[in-house]
Design a protein around this ligand. Structure first.
Ligand SMILES: Nc1nc2c(ncn2[C@@H]2O[C@H](COP(=O)(O)OP(=O)(O)OP(=O)(O)O)[C@@H](O)[C@H]2O)c(=O)[nH]1
Ligand SMILES: [Mg+2]
Length: 321
């Protein structure tokens, strides 16, 4: 039985809706930039640079985009301001494609890794537990057996929150008492998952401990204990970032990836923010794939990040607003 998560009309609408604030923000700024101008000249480029930086794309990626547009102007001699968004869309898509990080086709896991163990990390409040609930839903929908581990034992409500998601989605949650050793919860979850033939095990972790060193040590300890059950676990360390914090999300990604091993990124809360441009900067900068984007609080509001669709949604169909 195959399940393919194609980019359907529903998903496109969900993506367009989720990114609408960012899109409005970018377009209104671009419109101002080219007002009364017919040709893309140095002044338009300077303003465009400012538009991208203030839309949270980040300086480094913005400069790469501007350079690409400059070479395009050199090649084509004259670039009309009408073509600017189409060119932006093409150049950003091709820039992101240059960063050859893997892109998921659907919610699937490698056949030779069963259970496939995902450890979810990130600072408090970024959307880890919510993302786990949505992931469990999507994996289950794809025919996978899912086990969740409530290894955020730091907060009383954290275990309960994961239990609620487990019930809502209809998957098993392994827990201990609040204050229990998170590594021990992870150990139990992997054991249960393994014994019950689970396809995916997802471990929730605390985002807030007494300090950052504690947090990193804790994550290392959880990882080491997992290996006692499944030697190559965790197969994925998913760092969750809150996209609505813009450049802060970028900085957090830098700090986290420097302090611990991260193999995938999820950027949440893109709905309701105008700072969605940060996804472009993060996807360009890090050689760690952005795998998922969060577009709301509902189960369906998690999408696999597809570079081209993302850029198309952000810079496409702007006339029909
Ligand atoms: N609008 C919106 N809200 C989201 C999204 N993802 C998470 N949230 C909300 O963000 C808040 C925090 O989410 P949690 O999943 O509890 O975050 P966490 O990282 O587990 O937090 P801690 O357990 O405290 O570390 C909740 O109110 C979620 O509903 C999203 O994609 N869009
Ligand atoms: Mg949580």
């Amino acid at each position: 039985m195959g399940f393919f998560d194609f980019f359907t009309k529903d998903k496109k609408e969900n993506l367009d809706k989720g990114l609408s604030k960012t899109k409005e923000n970018v377009f209104s700024k671009i419109t101002r930039t080219i007002a009364g101008k017919s040709k893309v000249d140095d002044e338009v480029l300077d303003n465009l640079e400012e538009v991208l930086v203030t839309s949270d794309v980040g300086v480094e990626t913005t400069l790469k985009i501007i350079e690409r547009i400059e070479s395009r102007i050199v090649k084509d001699k004259y670039v009309n301001t009408d073509e600017l968004t189409a060119i932006l869309r093409e150049e950003i898509a091709s820039l992101l494609a240059d960063n050859n990080t893997e892109e998921l086709e659907d919610f699937d896991t490698p056949k030779d890794k069963k259970p496939y163990v995902i450890m979810v990390v990130g600072v408090n409040g970024v959307g880890k537990t919510t993302t786990i609930g949505k992931l469990a839903y999507h994996f289950k929908k794809a025919g996978k057996k899912v086990y969740l581990g409530a290894a955020d034992t730091f907060r009383a409500a954290a275990v309960e929150q994961l239990m609620i998601w487990g019930e809502r989605v209809g998957v098993d949650v392994i827990k201990q008492k609040m204050g229990a050793d998170p590594a021990s919860v992870a150990f139990d979850t992997l054991n249960s998952g393994k014994a019950n033939d689970a396809d995916v095990v997802i471990i929730d972790t605390a985002g807030r401990l007494h300090n950052k060193v504690n947090l990193m040590n804790e994550l290392t300890k959880i990882k080491n204990v997992m290996k006692k059950v499944i030697p190559d676990a965790p197969h994925e360390v998913l760092l969750v970032l809150d996209g609505s914090t813009g450049q802060n999300a970028f900085e957090q990604a830098k700090q986290f990836t420097a302090a611990t091993e991260v193999t995938a990124l999820a950027i949440t809360k893109l709905d309701g923010t105008a700072k969605g441009g940060v996804v472009i900067g993060i996807s360009d900068h890090f050689h760690i794939p952005v795998k998922y984007i969060g577009l709301g609080e509902g189960l369906e509001d998690l999408q696999i990040f597809r570079k081209k669709e993302f850029v198309n949604s952000l810079f496409g169909d702007h006339e029909e607003k």
